[in-house]
Design a protein around this ligand. Structure first.
Ligand code: SR1
Ligand code: MG
Length: 399
């Protein structure tokens, strides 16, 4: 069994030659490290013609963007590969293909997606991909239904919950989403001009109670195998396609967390657009984002309900009307988690280009403040929003 070592570019090429399953494996000659996320090494592997053929991703034993002072489990590579393999079984068209993985080396070989684009970069540049929202809704419905109690046998479900226990990665989310932004913490980072806005989060009793409930559900509601970090930087789009990547935060958690994270990142873009694009284009793109939010939810909910009607195996959960009631709870959860994503991406340590790329300081601060305030409104209103149209109306009122 190979012992862990950090890959060089040459190691990555050799590994891809051995494990990518390519008929012309020896034509792989070069690697470029392209990882721009917070955690891992990512190599694109090229053949003699300079064509990018596969991707080799390796987990480092620490958080890349911080360094060795923040150690992090290598088991996240296994969890990522296995989450993507399960999601690929249930929604192959929207999940990156894993060709090989090795838990000891914390490495995986994946299909090359360089014909597609990271969705966040497209949204920041004002490039619209009209198919993406519906496809994301489908990915969420398929992966979350088939791994839930609506479909899995109770014994199998419990075995899967155990297989995907992911304490260290969950702890990052538990801290970054639900703790840091609501206290003074050295990891936080936000414009000094917004000190009063951020201090108000710490002092808001109703908000803190609602955030506690969201964290409690994140700890304890093992509803389905989540992606766990399904933001627009974890999604490739283009050519009429959408593919989810980067599932190292995968675990059994509340379905609304994935739905809320996805919607939250569309709303981060919505908040940033006035600072990213000229006024007219920004206004049009903001309307598109609101439509995207609506489509993600509707596709998710319609397809989840259809799957329940057709394929639910559990006698009690198949009772007519139960699934609709459950989805009402998922909507409330999703709105709450969406709010926490808006706040943690603006006040906490991990920021997004949708706001950071705004060149004008005053405009950037104004957009960030809007995102914080919208996040707060959504967390507080989550249980009082009846349906997706009411959610869109709330967003319009507050943004
Ligand atoms: C320390 S990791 C910070 C963030 O980066 C990842 O992409 C996750 O979103 C995590 O919360
Ligand atoms: Mg990631």
């Amino acid at each position: 069994m190979a012992q862990y070592r950090t890959f060089t570019a040459a190691d990555a090429v050799e590994y891809a030659r051995q494990h990518a399953g390519l008929a012309d494996a020896q034509s792989l000659v070069d690697a470029q490290e392209v990882g721009d996320g917070n955690l891992n090494l990512v190599f694109r592997i090229f053949d003699r013609q300079g064509v990018s053929r596969v991707v080799v991703k390796q987990a480092l034993p620490y958080v890349r963007c911080v360094g060795e002072s923040w150690p992090l489990t290598l088991d996240r590579a296994r969890l990522e590969a296995e989450t993507l393999l399960v999601h690929g079984q249930h929604c192959g068209e929207h999940t990156v293909k894993i060709l090989h993985y090795d838990a000891q080396l914390a490495v995986m070989v994946m299909e090359d997606l360089s014909n597609l684009h990271i969705w966040r970069r497209e949204l920041v540049q004002g490039h619209y991909h009209p198919q993406a929202a519906a496809q994301l809704g489908r990915y969420l419905a398929q992966t979350l239904f088939y791994t839930s109690d609506f479909h899995q046998h109770p014994h199998e479900k419990k075995a899967q919950v155990a297989r995907f226990i992911n304490p260290q990665m969950c702890e990052i989310t538990e801290d970054l989403f639900f703790n840091d932004p609501y206290q003074q913490h050295q990891r936080n980072s936000y414009p000094p001009a917004l000190e009063a806005t951020v201090a108000a989060l710490r002092d808001d009793d109703q908000l803190r109670t609602a955030v506690a409930a969201l964290k409690h559900a994140f700890f304890s509601h093992a509803e389905a195998l989540l992606h766990g970090d399904i933001h627009s930087g974890s999604i490739f789009v283009g050519d009429g396609q959408l593919k989810a990547i980067d599932a190292e935060f995968g675990y059994y958690g509340p379905i609304g967390f994935d739905v809320g994270t996805a919607i939250g990142n569309l709303l981060l873009n919505y908040c940033g657009l006035p600072g990213l694009l000229p006024p007219r284009e920004a206004a049009d793109a903001r309307e598109q984002r609101l439509q995207d939010v609506k489509i993600v939810w509707q596709q998710f909910a319609d397809q989840f309900l259809a799957l329940v009607a057709e394929k639910t195996r559990d006698y009690a959960l198949a009772w007519p009307g139960y699934a609709a009631q459950f989805l009402q709870k998922v909507l409330a959860d999703a709105i709450g988690y969406c709010g926490t994503e808006l706040i943690r991406r603006t006040v906490g340590m991990a920021h997004v280009a949708d706001l950071e790329d705004i060149a004008d300081d005053a405009m950037r601060d104004a957009c960030i403040e809007q995102a914080i305030n919208l996040g707060k409104v959504l967390i507080l209103a989550a249980h009082h929003v009846e349906n997706i149209d009411a959610l869109i109306a709330r967003i319009r009122q507050n943004g």
